[in-house]
Structure formats: structure tokens, C-alpha cells
Design a protein around this ligand. Structure first.
Ligand SMILES: [Fe+2]
Length: 427
């Protein structure tokens, strides 16, 4: 009996030792510096300016690398490349992170031809790297597709990689993609961005990403709040938003759609941007009043119409929904709750007869590993699905004034399909 007790004690001590060993190795992993890999990585397309005539390209190197260059030419003249290439110098900024310093290089190619394919290469150490491609939209494009991803924050970004790559493989005609915030779990830990950008390669260097921030972009490893500086330093989206919310709030046009990205992090930024709602309300009014696009789509991380227990965002709803009503925003996409939910058309906080008379609010789901089991359909929902079994993504297609939205599981199983037809609804 004594012998058995000693045996159990020994096994117990052994397991405790193993747990301590794993914990200490994880701590050292979390604390270890993560300098940029030698050479160019995290090649990223965004639009800082008009998608029809510009393309922004951003990448990362070690801090010691001088400013790089991009050379590019029309794809149809590939046989003459690189002799026919234009070369543009990058702007370079040193980014200070908890994992070491690195250089972020960025170029916006200007004066591009609408509806044209291009090839490009990035210069590094006096050598030109991989030949990649991008395309500009036609001057008038009535048929196009884009992808929308719910929160990609993960313990393991292989989950995000599979969702993104699967969505792109089955939708290679998608022109760009949008993340609705909480791209990473700890927004001021560079290791998370390293994993996110690495998982995004093969897509983000071919079609632009136009993401917005979520609350997790504001978190430091010590669980303090910060401005989302690692997001705004690396994702060169337009700077046409309010000065104090530069690259956190912006708008752009693609085809006949006006896209608006807002910031719902009122609690996280209360000390940093105290007037965050008032500033955005003023800007949003001006922005929506100024557009002549037939379609308006707004993205906002925290949903005005929620599904999570205790998840009401009353101040956000009170600030933005009257403006969304006033300018008839067609669809609002949100995240944060990691479920997929679609409301009936809503106007003045009441269910409206048709999409022509109200706004449809969509909570996008999750593209990463994190799930919640305390969400449920609300009275305003026309459809609800909690993607506990696998991540999901949305495919949004504009086709001659009909907006088609389809929600898929990562594996390609259709979850929901709906559309708004302006030929019918708005006569
Ligand atoms: Fe969130």
C-alpha cells in the first residue's frame, strides 16, 4: 500500500514537473523577441486611395533594410517585363513592437488604368523578388464579388488560414476582402500579427484587404488599452476619416457601392479619444450626405442589433442607427459575437416591410477559432446560426443592382442565402 502511495506521489510530481516545464517554455515563447525574417514578408495589398486608379502595396523587413522599391507593368505586356516597368520608391517607417523593431515599407501606385491587370515585384537587397499580380476594377463595373470575414482572432491562426484560403480558392473572382474587426486576439502583441499576415499570404498579396478594427486590436499583452497602432501602421487603408481616428474610420467606393468603416471601441478608447462617438457621428453624416452611390454598406465591429446575452450596445445603436436610417444604408455588417445573424429590414427601430424601407443588420460569424455558446436568435432576426462546428465566411456579389449575400461554412456548406434587388425594391 505504502509502495502504491509512493508510486502515485511520484507520478503526481512527474506531471507537475511536466506542466511547469510546458508553462515555462510557453512563457519564454511569449516573451521572446520576434524580429522580422530576413528579406521581405507580409506583402499586403490595400487601397489608400481610389481602387480604379491606385494600388497600395505594403511589406515588412528587418529594421536595417533601407527603403525598398516596387516595379510594375501591365500584365498584357508581361513579355517585355521588366524592361517596360515603372519603378516607385517606398516610404519606410520603423515600427516599434513588443517583439522588436521592424521596417514597414509602403507604396501607392498612382495613375493606373481602370479594368487592367498588372504584375509587380518588390526590391530587396538589390534583387527583385517574386512576380505577383493585381487588377484594377473597370471604370463602370456592375458585376463584382467580395468576401467578408468575421472575427479571425485565434489561439492558432491556421484556423484563419484555412478559412481565408478556402474562401479564396472557391471565389478566385473576388476583388477584395473585408475583416469586420478582432483580426487578432491581442492587437498590440506583434507575434499575433506575424501569424495573421503569414496565414494571409497567397490572398492578401493578390487582392486587397480593407479591414476595420475591433476591441481586441486595442489590447496590450498586459491587458491595458492602447490605440490600435499595430493595425494602423501595417494596414494602409484610406486616411479620409476623422484625424483622431486615422485609418480606424474611413470610406471608399467600389463599383456602385459606398463602403464605410466605423470604430465601435468606445470603452477601450474612452481615455484616448473621449469624443469618439460625437466625432464619428459628425463625420458619418457628412460622408453619407456626400456620396452619390446607389448602395451604401457600413461596417461596425459591435452589432447595433445583438444576439449575445447582455450584449446590447445601446450607446453605439443610439449614436449611429438614426444616421443609418436617415441616409438609407442598405446593409450593416458587424462581428464581435462570433455568430451569423441577419435581421429583418429595420427602420426607426421597427421591422420594415422591405429592404427598400429599412436596413438589414448582419453579424458575420467567425473566421478564427473562438466561439461563444451563449448567443441566440433575437426577435428582430430573420435568420440565426451559431457556427460552433466550423468557421464561416460571406460571399457578397453585386450583379446589375442586385446584391446577393451567401454565408458558407469553412468547408463550403451553404448556411444562408439572400438578396436585395434595387430594380424591384426601389421603383
Ligand atoms: Fe470583439
Amino acid at each position: 500500500m505504502l509502495h502504491k502511495r509512493k508510486l502515485f506521489q511520484s507520478i503526481g510530481i512527474f506531471f507537475i514537473a511536466i506542466v511547469l516545464l510546458i508553462a515555462s517554455s510557453m512563457m519564454s515563447f511569449l516573451e521572446q523577441p520576434l524580429a522580422a525574417a530576413a528579406g521581405v514578408d507580409h506583402v499586403t495589398l490595400t487601397w489608400e486611395s481610389d481602387p480604379k486608379t491606385t494600388q497600395t502595396i505594403t511589406w515588412r523587413t528587418e529594421e536595417t533594410e533601407p527603403a525598398g522599391q516596387v516595379r510594375y507593368a501591365e500584365r498584357k505586356f508581361i513579355k517585355s517585363f521588366p524592361h517596360n516597368a515603372r519603378i516607385i520608391d517606398a516610404k519606410v517607417e520603423t515600427l516599434v513592437t513588443n517583439r522588436g523593431n521592424m521596417n514597414i515599407h509602403s507604396v501607392t501606385l498612382m495613375g493606373l488604368k481602370p479594368g487592367t491587370g498588372y504584375v509587380y515585384q518588390i526590391n530587396e537587397d538589390s534583387e527583385w523578388g517574386e512576380t505577383r499580380t493585381f487588377s484594377t476594377p473597370p471604370a463602370k463595373n456592375e458585376v463584382f464579388k467580395f468576401l467578408v470575414f468575421g472575427d479571425s482572432q485565434s489561439i492558432n491562426y491556421e484556423v484563419w488560414r484555412r478559412t481565408l484560403q478556402q474562401a479564396y480558392q472557391t471565389n478566385q473572382d473576388a476583388k477584395f476582402f473585408i475583416n469586420v474587426g478582432d483580426l487578432v486576439d491581442v492587437g498590440q502583441d506583434y507575434a499575433q500579427w506575424d501569424a495573421w499576415f503569414n496565414a494571409s499570404q497567397g490572398v492578401i498579396d493578390r487582392i486587397p484587404a480593407m479591414p476595420l478594427t475591433g476591441n481586441h486590436e486595442n489590447y496590450t499583452p498586459e491587458r491595458h488599452f492602447s490605440l490600435p497602432v499595430l493595425f494602423t501602421a501595417q494596414l494602409k487603408v484610406p486616411v479620409n476619416g476623422p484625424e483622431s481616428l486615422r485609418r480606424q474610420v474611413y470610406s471608399f467606393d467600389y463599383g456602385d457601392i459606398h463602403f464605410v468603416m466605423l470604430d465601435s471601441q468606445i470603452g477601450e478608447q474612452v481615455q484616448l479619444v473621449p469624443e469618439i462617438l460625437e466625432i464619428q457621428k459628425t463625420w458619418l453624416e457628412q460622408d453619407l450626405a456626400a456620396t452619390d452611390k446607389k448602395w451604401k454598406i457600413v461596417f461596425l465591429h459591435r452589432p447595433p442589433y445583438h444576439n449575445k446575452a447582455g450584449g446590447a450596445n445601446a450607446r453605439i445603436k443610439g449614436a449611429f442607427v438614426p444616421i443609418l436610417d436617415k441616409y438609407h444604408v442598405d446593409v450593416v455588417f458587424s462581428g464581435h459575437e462570433h455568430d451569423y445573424a441577419r435581421t429583418y429590414p429595420i427602420y426607426n427601430d421597427q421591422v420594415a416591410d422591405s429592404p427598400g424601407k429599412g436596413t438589414i443588420y448582419v453579424t458575420t460569424g467567425r473566421s478564427g477559432s473562438k466561439t461563444y455558446n451563449d448567443t441566440a436568435a433575437s426577435e428582430w432576426d430573420a435568420f440565426f446560426y451559431n457556427p460552433l462546428d466550423e468557421p464561416n465566411y460571406l460571399v457578397v456579389e453585386m450583379e446589375n443592382q442586385i446584391l446577393h449575400v451567401k454565408a458558407y461554412k469553412q468547408s463550403g456548406v451553404l448556411i444562408d442565402s439572400w438578396s436585395i434587388d434595387k430594380n424591384m425594391e426601389f421603383k
